[in-house]
Design a protein around this ligand. Structure first.
Ligand code: GLU
Length: 419
């Protein structure tokens, strides 16, 4: 599906909230532009001696409320337009859950499945050095996203540390536990999706044990969301990844599927089989008879072309930007609920914040404390968004955006425009 105009989509969401909030044109103009965009070329010596050049970006949308924060994506479809949108969404995400960060995002256009581990390591180190002038523990703190993980974060931390001459733990979050990461960070985004789902089900008078779910995407977000919802008693009827969609009318054996993925080269479901499980067309995941649909893959998955297929009453956006604005209008008209990305998948950056705090203090919390604090932040944020949606008679995205944009606009206005 085309990703053209993802930044235009982010702007449309901003303008809609700004209009309701009666934000001044001047402030809206400031918020509509990323503060800084950096594009870098990263030459990498491949294993066969050839030199390949990869294009990377780091965009800082806003540091009005604190240092920029956001992941680094390694994917073949990365563009500057996409990174700009993702950076802007990070600003709103950090603001809606009220953590003291602005928003940023990075990306490298690369198909990591075609590179060896050593090639990815060299690319990561080169990209890190290229963006080093603009990142820093109090300037801009990267984290994992699609195609990157704790190992990648460890390489970033090491690269910066080599230049610094000492170990800089707080330069990046999503590190492994051995390298100063936080317990619970790996599962945090999925855990946040689960908490958000439970909060919505409560308000719709639905019981988890009677709830049927489909999850698009089985990476870090999709697999953990499916697993934790399954543990809450939900039946996960279908999940999909790049290799196809897998369906069981009574519920999939999610823990077995997660174990299976660990045995495949790129952590995929290809070849998974179990009694009663059938492989269905990837696009059929949208039209299943479920109560909750969790898009946890990439942007613009639910569009005007497939929105009519959707039977789920609730969409919990595990991915960033999975629903196009025109498709969302159709869903809302049908009385469906969309828990927006900036709230639904905020668990990752919330625990990134906890990791950063722990790294700065060199004092580490146990997992129970991390998860409890995460739950408090999500439950409180969901409540606030729900309340604004009721009061303003608007949808959950608009409500979440109103809270977030108001906080950022206030920071921009109170600080004033330099000089
Ligand atoms: N990449 C994640 C996101 O989109 C996490 C960002 C972070 O932890 O800084 O929210």
């Amino acid at each position: 599906m085309s990703k053209a105009g993802v930044f235009a989509m982010a702007l449309e969401q901003l303008e809609s909230a700004a209009k309701r909030l009666k934000i001044s044109d001047s402030t809206l103009r400031v918020l509509s532009h990323p503060e800084r965009e950096l594009t870098v070329s990263c030459p990498v010596v491949m294993d066969d001696g050839r030199i390949e050049v990869f294009t990377g970006h780091r965009v800082q949308h806003s540091n009005a409320r604190g240092p920029c924060k956001g992941g680094i994506r390694f994917h073949q479809s990365v563009t500057l337009d996409e990174v700009k949108a993702l950076a802007m969404w990070m600003t709103w995400k950090c603001a809606v859950v009220n953590i003291p960060y602005g928003g940023g995002k990075g990306g490298v256009q690369v198909d990591v499945t075609k590179l060896s581990k050593e090639e990815i390591r060299r690319l990561t180190r080169r990209y890190t050095v290229s963006i080093m002038p603009i990142i820093g523990p109090h300037k801009d703190i990267p984290a994992p996203d699609v195609g990157t993980n704790a190992e990648t974060m460890g390489w970033i931390m090491d690269t910066v540390s080599m230049f610094q001459g000492s170990t800089v733990l707080d330069i990046v979050t999503g590190k492994s536990i051995d390298l100063g990461g936080s317990l619970g960070r790996r599962e945090a985004t999925g855990r946040g999706v689960m908490f958000n789902t439970l909060e919505l089900l409560k308000r719709l008078d639905m019981q988890p044990c009677r709830t049927k779910v489909a999850v698009q995407g089985f990476g870090n977000v999709g697999s953990v969301s499916a697993d934790l919802l399954h543990r809450q008693g939900c039946r996960i009827l279908a999940v999909s990844d790049v290799t196809g969609a897998y369906y069981h009318p009574d519920g999939l054996p999610i823990p077995d599927m997660i174990e299976y993925c660990k045995t495949t080269r790129h952590n995929v479901l290809d070849g998974f089989s179990a009694p009663g499980v059938s492989k269905i067309d990837m696009n059929d995941i949208f039209g299943l008879d479920v109560d909750v649909f969790v898009p946890a893959a990439l942007e613009k998955q639910i569009t005007i072309d497939n929105v009519d297929k959707i039977k789920a009453r609730a969409i919990i956006e595990g991915a960033n930007g999975p629903t196009s604005p025109d498709a969302e209008r159709v869903l809302l008209k049908k009385g469906k609920y969309v828990v927006p990305d900036i709230l639904a998948n905020s668990g990752g950056v919330v625990v990134s914040y906890f990791e950063w705090v722990q790294s700065i203090q060199s004092f580490f919390w146990d997992e129970e404390e991390v998860n409890k604090n995460l739950q408090n932040v999500i439950v409180r944020s969901f409540e606030a968004v729900w309340k604004v949606a009721q009061e303003e008679k608007t949808d959950l995205r608009n409500a979440a955006m109103m809270i977030a944009v108001k906080r950022v606009a206030q920071a921009v206005e109170e600080r004033g425009i330099f000089p």
